[in-house]
Ligand binder design. Structure first.
Ligand code: BYC
Ligand code: FE
Ligand code: FE
Length: 473
């Protein structure tokens, strides 16, 4: 169904034919806008930004580009088209027709997943809300705002489901999504990564590469859901997610390219020399990577999880790309998990359904490798002797079997004392952060880039890199 932009809330769910739902969402809308003005990129409300807006939900050319003031962005409710005769792809209900309503016995499980997903979206906008002041270019500023408005729309996606399918408690959850705030001591966001500050653009690019990629895998798992409106919402969200990961991957790529240029100009790869040249040394890039990758791994939940088993059993949440697997029931299959055992590691065999978080985490880690390989190719081609590496999935975990187990970057268990001594070498130190902060000088002349980042290969939507993507009001 085509997107209707003539209504107060743009949508392709025929909202005007459900007056009660429409009224409830129109009641939530001004609260969302208040939240956006308070917690979003509020100092840029008057700026005209070259943004992409969805005009259709099919893969081919769904976007319209044009100048928009962010508070006027047309946030709305867009579901991917239904797949005719779609059947349930996994779990105990495998092969049956998908559900258009939430079965009563699974209501609280669905609600919890939708609330957790919904909570991350505004959290990320809150985490990034000061970055606009230190943008390295107008191109990057525009990308930040594009990501922000789309995360705002992802919140709308989950709020629609809560309002449409969960009655009064759904509406209450929708209110609470605007009341918890990233990093707030009393009412924090639900998942830990979304309470971490993002104070500089290197952290932003790492977050977009590593944490938005968790979004990709979680959304793929939910896109398999037997609850069809959830599946269709997530399928459309995934099309927007691709750009967020692009921002992360190319952002880190450009940081590295600039560093390699600096090394060439200097004839030295000494971190101190690179820094005094206004670029970010590769060891600092590695420490930021260690931080954001390890934090994002926790977002998959515990290795052995009865929640995950029951979500799979009840056909609520599948595996990413469920169709690639042969066994969609997983009642007999086992999975081996490495667990700590004193100073050693031991294999524990668990039912595959209980290991679904780990299955998805492993797929995620493999996907993360792809960008790391590309960055290393750049470094190798420049003749620089440095290799970026993902730390072990056991490193610095706060959730699951490896939570609070001191390990080195390779995942070997080490003493707590050795761990606290060397951890600062593996994670960004206060000095690293303040150095990176010192580079964060606002650059807003069209086409110009900050000292620490190379220009992108191309602009947005075939426009030149020096296009004026943001016009300050
Ligand atoms: N921090 O049984 P377990 C995105 C809790 S990102 C704090 O393993 P389960 C985006 C857990 O809640 C994608 N707590 O849990 C990216 C549970 O608590 P209770 C977001 C955590 O249910 C960038 C307990 O630990 N989407 O979209 O199997 C920008 C036991 O855990 C954490 C989703 O997450 C943590 N990291 O798995 C913008 C999808 N991890 O019940 C957006 C929806 C676990 O004992 N959520 N806990 O009090 C889910 O599928 C699941 O809730 C989880 C957890 C995968 C998160
Ligand atoms: Fe999102
Ligand atoms: Fe995202």
């Amino acid at each position: 169904m085509a997107i209707n932009y003539s209504e107060r809330i743009p949508n392709n769910v025929d909202l005007s034919n459900d007056r009660a739902l429409q009224r409830a969402l129109e009641h939530w809308q001004p609260r969302f806008l208040d939240w956006w003005r308070e917690m979003g990129p509020n100092d840029f409300s008057a700026a005209d930004i070259y943004l992409r807006t969805a005009i259709g939900v099919d893969a081919a050319g769904w976007a319209h580009y044009g100048s928009v003031k962010m508070p006027d962005y047309r946030w709305g409710i867009f579901l991917a088209d239904p797949i005719p005769e779609r059947t349930i792809a996994f779990g105990d209900f495998h092969g049956q027709p998908v559900w258009q309503q939430v079965p009563g016995e699974f209501r609280s499980q669905f609600r919890r997943l939708i609330v957790t997903q919904g909570d991350t979206e505004p959290a990320s906008v809150e985490q990034q809300h000061r970055l606009g002041h230190t943008c390295p270019s107008l191109y990057d500023l525009r990308n930040l705002f594009q990501v922000n408005v789309e995360e705002g729309r992802h919140l709308w996606a989950m709020v629609y489901l809560l309002h449409a399918y969960f009655g009064r408690d759904g509406r209450e959850e929708a209110e609470e999504l605007l009341e918890r705030h990233s990093g707030n001591v009393d009412k924090p966001r639900i998942l830990s990564t979304f309470n971490e500050p993002i104070d500089d653009w290197l952290a932003f690019f790492m977050f977009s590469y590593f944490t938005d990629r968790d979004g990709k895998f979680q959304l793929k798992s939910l896109a398999e859901s037997s609850f069809d409106p959830l599946a269709r919402t997530c399928r459309f969200m995934l099309t927007e997610e691709a750009h967020h990961m692009f921002v992360g991957e190319t952002g880190i790529n450009r940081v590295i390219r600039r560093t390699l240029e600096a090394i060439k100009e200097l004839g030295s790869d000494e971190p101190a020399a690179v820094r005094s040249h206004g670029a970010i040394d590769l060891s600092t890039v590695q420490r930021y990577l260690d931080f954001w990758f390890s934090s994002s791994l926790d977002l998959f939940g515990a290795e052995i999880s009865s929640n995950a088993a029951s979500s799979f059993a009840n056909s609520i949440k599948g595996r990413p790309d469920e169709a690639q697997f042969e066994d969609h029931l997983c009642t007999e299959a086992r999975y081996e998990i490495d667990v700590p055992d004193g100073a050693n590691t031991r294999k524990e065999s668990v039912g595959l359904r209980s290991a679904m978080n780990e299955v998805t985490r492993n797929a995620y880690a493999r996907d993360c490798e792809i960008g790391v390989k590309r960055w290393n190719t750049l470094i190798r081609k420049a003749g620089v002797d440095f290799e970026l590496k993902l730390p072990s999935t056991r490193f610095r975990r706060a959730i699951g079997a490896w939570a609070n187990i001191p390990t080195d970057l390779q995942g070997n268990i080490i003493s707590a004392e050795a761990h606290s001594r060397v951890l600062s070498e593996w994670l960004p130190s206060a000095a690293d952060r303040s150095f990176v902060a010192s580079l964060m000088q606002r650059v807003v002349e069209p086409g110009k880039m900050a000292s620490w980042i190379a220009p992108p290969d191309r602009g947005i939507n075939n426009l030149p890199v020096d296009y004026e993507y943001v016009l300050f009001g």
